[in-house]
Structures are given as C-alpha cells and as structure tokens.
Design a protein around this ligand. Structure first.
Ligand code: EPZ
Length: 432
C-alpha cells in the first residue's frame, strides 16, 4: 500500500484536528489505575492507539470502544500484568503500562520498546524513577520487569528532559506513600493532559507544565469522563503543508497556545498566521518564503516532531536555513529522499543545512518514520509532478484520515494497493 500524489496545487480550505496521540497513549494506560468506569473522549483513531487498547484488553481490563473517538475503560477486571505482543513491540508507548501497572499492582512485565529509526530511545530514566520509588527493575528476554513490595515518595531529578519518563514515573507515583517530586520534568501539553486526567480521577498532582511536578500519594482513584486535548503535531503538520504548498488553510480544533512556537516560526519564514479561539489560519499564497534557523527543544521550544515538516517548508524558501536537531540522534533520514526531489540539503552531525531551491520535482519516496513520512507527503504535494510514498504504515500510526483530510483541502492524493491502481490514479489526476 502506498500514497500516490500529484503535486503542484496549493492547499485551500479547512481541516479539523483529532485528539493528541501522545496524550491519548499515556492517558489510556493511566485509565486502568481506577477500578471504576473511565470514559475517554476525543481519542484519535490511529494504529498506535488501537494497538495499545488491544494490549490493555489483553490484561483483562474492560475496553469498550463506543465510537471511533470514544472508549469506556475499567481496570477492575485486570488479571494479567504482562504486556507483550508483536504489535506492542513495534511501538514505543507500550512502556506506559509499566508505570500504570507498577503504580497500581506493584508488578509489571512489558515488552522492551522497539528502537525507532530516529534514535536509540533508551528507557534508563524511566527505570531510574521506578527504582527511586522503591521498585526493582530488570530486563530479561526483551521484557522489562518492574516489581515492588511497596512504593514510597521520592525526589527524582531526570538527567535529561524526557516526556515518556515524566509521564511514566508520574503514574507510578500516584499511589506511592508520601510525596514524590519530579525535577527537570518535561512540560509538553500531553504531560499536562495526563496529569489533569489523573487528577480528574482523584490523584493529587501539582506543577504539570512546569519542570517540577509534585505527586502526593492517594489510596485509590475513581472513574471520570475526560476528553483528550487536540494534537499539537497534527495541527503543525497541516500548518506546514499550507506553507509548503503556498496555500491558505484554516486548522480547526486546536489550542493556539500549544502552537505558538510553530506559528512564530512560520511568521518569521514569511507566512501570515491568524489565531482564533480554537483555530489558526496559515496564509502563504503568493508569498516568497525566506530562510530561518530552527533548533528543536523540549516544549515550549520548537518540537522535534515538527522538524522534518519545517525542513520541507524551508527547502523552497529563499536563502540558506539551518535545522539543529538537539533531541534525537538520527532524525534526518528523510534528507536523502528530499534530495531526490531536487532539494539542496546537507547534514553535518545533528545540523541540516538547507539552501532553498525554486521548486521540487515528484519522485518515488520511502517514509523512514512517522513524522518524516508526513513531511515527504507535504513535499510531494508541493512538488511539480507525480510522487509515490511507500512504507505509509508509519504515517497511519499517527495521522487519522490523513488522505481524506488532504483531499478535502484540494490535495491530489490517493491510496494505491498496486502499480495498476497507481497508474489509474495518475491517469485520472493528469486529466483533471
Ligand atoms: C515522546 O517520545 C513522543 N512519543 C515522541 O513523539 C517525541 O518525539 C518525544 O516524546 C519528544 O517530544 C510519545 O509520546 C509516544 P523522550 P519519548 O523520552 O517519550 C532521551 C511521535 O512522532 N531519553 O522525551 O520516547 C531520548 O533518547 C513520537 O509521535 C533518555 O536518554 O521521548 C531522547 O534523546 C516520535 N533516557 C530524549 O531523551 C530515557 O529514559 C527525549 O526523549 C528516556 C529518554
């Protein structure tokens, strides 16, 4: 299966953003910490979320999908603390079940998360936090084992700002005796969403969104009815698509504050970005875009998950730009693909140097990971000519209805299961 794209048309219209994948993954794991019904709304219908829900159901927890975007959870029927299947091994966020099961049952065995192509993705900070709370941790046969006779509050200073470890240790500390303080904590919107979710269930978490989070242990959690925040990165991806195709797109169902760094950078590059209560409009039609310097940083800095997408915008901006990736060690795998479209990008260590070119040419492309895959789709939509993007399962992990949303914005994009279908698509697209 592959995406087939005929580029060269600016995107116009409006699109609605789904719930945040990276908030939903932590939040759904946390939902099993109560023994009552937990109703979660606005979850994105993407494969990472669906895989995690299957893994949670395998523990014996009740998982009732009410609709594409709503699920009823209940952790009272859990009978297994082992989370391991070939799907969960391919995604990263299965590790959130460590914090949730350890916190509630003092035991968990979870498949070691697969390393992603963007970096080694260690979990040493997760384990450091669990051990500080009183747990024993070990890794055997590609499984992570954590167990504790009891969990007690502790002061934990993360050696590096880590979203996953912040969320995981925050969950593990919910029932720990006494106060836990997490320092050098991640401040991402999805960390705040998981904290708010747990507090709506009766947890006592303060400071989420700052670099110091305090968790005071409680006896138990109760049910809740909670809606996941909009996806900051999906929103940013469509903002970048509007800019790269020189279009005019209204991105709805967003929290503009979460997009501030992206909006500012697009303005610096030459786009007009209008902010409303729950939407932003990106206008780039007939605007000569100019170069910029990008440095990825933990929130509220420029998100690493937007790095490939902004690189595509800069690829046809006037002048020379630099993109400095400070979070992951291998997040430029898409550059070779872009250079086959006529971009002029060189990578030295963790810095990409981008010299803007007047236009891109369509090409046969292979998505190297989730966000780079989305960036290649944006490049193909902006390019002159036909492109094919393979390995699109990466993209389907994090973007709901990606093809349909781009089609509604005027993008000439389709899904092809075979060469024949691809040929038919291009024939039809060529006639339009
Ligand atoms: C989350 O990954 C996101 N994934 C990633 O999004 C995102 O890129 C990343 O946060 C940074 O924002 C999910 O939320 C499921 P980290 P995570 O722990 O938690 C190092 C996407 O596209 N580190 O914040 O794994 C690590 O190597 C994905 O949706 C340690 O050294 O990221 C990295 O350099 C891609 N030890 C840095 O910290 C640890 O124990 C940030 O990683 C943990 C992390």
């Amino acid at each position: 299966m592959e995406f087939v794209i005929k580029g060269g048309k600016p995107l116009h219209g409006e699109t609605a953003i789904a719930g945040a994948k990276n908030a939903a993954l932590g939040l759904l794991a946390a939902s099993i910490m109560a023994d009552e019904d937990v109703f979660v709304r606005n979850i994105p219908d993407v494969s990472d979320v669906n895989t995690l829900l299957e893994a949670i159901a395998d523990t014996g927890a009740r998982v009732k999908r009410i609709s594409r975007h709503e699920v009823l959870m209940n952790g009272s029927s859990i009978r297994s603390f082992i989370v391991n299947n070939r799907y969960i091994r391919r995604m990263r966020a299965g590790y959130y079940m460590l914090g949730a099961l350890l916190g509630k049952y003092h035991y968990a065995e979870v498949a070691l998360p697969g390393g992603c192509t963007i970096g080694s993705r260690p979990i040493d900070q997760h384990l450091k936090g669990f051990e500080a709370l009183g747990a024993k941790t070990s890794i055997r046969n590609s499984m992570v084992l954590v167990e504790a006779s009891e969990l007690h509050g502790s002061n934990i200073y993360f050696d590096t700002v880590t979203v996953g470890a912040t969320i995981n240790v925050m969950m593990a500390a919910v029932f720990a005796k006494g106060r836990t303080v997490l320092e050098n904590a991640a401040r991402e919107p999805h960390v705040v969403d998981v904290a708010n979710f747990l507090n709506s269930m009766g947890a006592r978490i303060k400071g989420a969104g700052t670099d110091v989070i305090r968790i005071d242990g409680v006896q138990k959690l109760h049910g809740t009815d909670y809606s996941v925040i909009p996806d900051q990165i999906e929103a940013g991806t469509f903002m970048a698509a509007a800019a790269a195709t020189r279009g005019n797109v209204l991105v709805k169902n967003v929290i503009p504050k979460h997009l501030e760094c992206i909006s500012q950078k697009l303005r610096e590059i030459g786009c007009e970005v209008q902010e409303y209560d729950d939407s932003v409009r990106v206008i780039a039609e007939n605007r000569p875009l100019r170069s910029a310097k990008i440095k990825t940083l933990p929130y509220p800095g420029f998100p690493t998950d937007m790095q490939p997408q902004i690189a595509v915008v800069l690829a046809t901006a006037r002048g020379t730009s630099t993109v400095n990736e400070t979070i992951f060690e291998n997040r430029f795998k898409y550059v070779d693909e872009l250079n086959r479209m006529g971009t002029n990008i060189s990578v030295e260590g963790n810095i990409a140097i981008i010299t803007g070119v007047p236009e891109l040419k369509g090409a046969q492309l292979v998505a190297p990971d989730l966000r780079a895959g989305a960036a290649l789709v944006i490049a193909a939509l902006a390019a002159d000519g036909e492109s094919v993007v393979e390995e699109i399962n990466y993209i389907l992990r994090g973007y709901e209805d990606f093809v349909e949303k781009l089609q509604l914005l005027g993008g000439s994009i389709g899904l092809a299961e075979s060469e024949e279908e691809a040929r038919k698509f291009f024939l039809k697209a060529g006639i339009v």
